[in-house]
Design a protein around this ligand. Sequence first.
Ligand SMILES: [Zn+2]
Length: 327
Amino acid sequence: MDFGSIVGHKEITEHLKSLIQNNRVNHAYIFDGPKGIGKMTLAKAFAKTLNCEKGGTEPCNSCISCKTFDQDNNPDVIYVTHKTAGITVEDVREQIVKNIALRPYRNRYKIFIIADAHKMNIAAQNTFLKSLEEPPAYAVFILLSENSNSFLVTVLSRCVMFKLRPLPYDTVAGYISRTKGIDYDEALLCSRYSMGNIGKAEELALSEDFSRLRDESADIALRIEDADMIELYDIIDGIREDRVKLGQILENIYMLYRDALVYIKTGDEKRLIQPDKIYPISHIAEKSGASALIRRCEAIEDTGVKLRNNGNAQLLLEALFFKIKEK
Ligand SMILES: [Zn+2]
């Protein structure tokens, strides 16, 4: 675990290294970006380097601090956790406020890595603010967030924010194909499918279900295209029970519609996320047209949100399929 082994995010890693080199480390950082983008990896490289006894811009991997860090056993790097859906006042009080006054055991910094920091409720943020406002010289907070809009302005104003962006598709594909021994084209498909999100791409590449579900979804998308009412209800009966799988099927169909739209607009197969599904894609493109596809994508997004909020799958699917079939 060091900066050198991080895939992409070069500007951020160079910036963090220069802060360490110039002794300009702030008390609090927010690493913001979607799940799987690499926030924790970056936080670990930063924390390990900060506390390395050699004091360089990369961890030495041989001092006690580096070694205990690698064993998840460095007493001066604290991973703030939470048992409930959100981070509560109690979590902040027990793991940060009570802890911060104690000097580091043996390292220069005492580092708090707060995963899911966007889930800190307002009361918890206010409690955290007290530690953030007057931190001891040795304290560093690294907040990992999927939604920086959830922070109070008073918290935001005391943190340095880094936004982690998706990586180029070939960078992600090259990395996955190299490290997981996966065929490059397959890795590229996963990379595109995840929109350059390295964690998600890796998950897809290693999933046994992904390829099978893509096939099944392509079949369903084709059936919908030519279905009458009876057939539509048959499709609904076949997919409504397993909500997790249903979510994935809808996401897959969304991706096919997106590809069909790109195919209509550019005619370029190289721009498709799933070039291996050119047949359903060209057929869907021919039958529906661009504006219908845009409407369909919006309808799927809307259905996905309602399904995640525990909406009735049968009713939502009926409404969705009627919209899809609407001329
Ligand atoms: Zn070291």
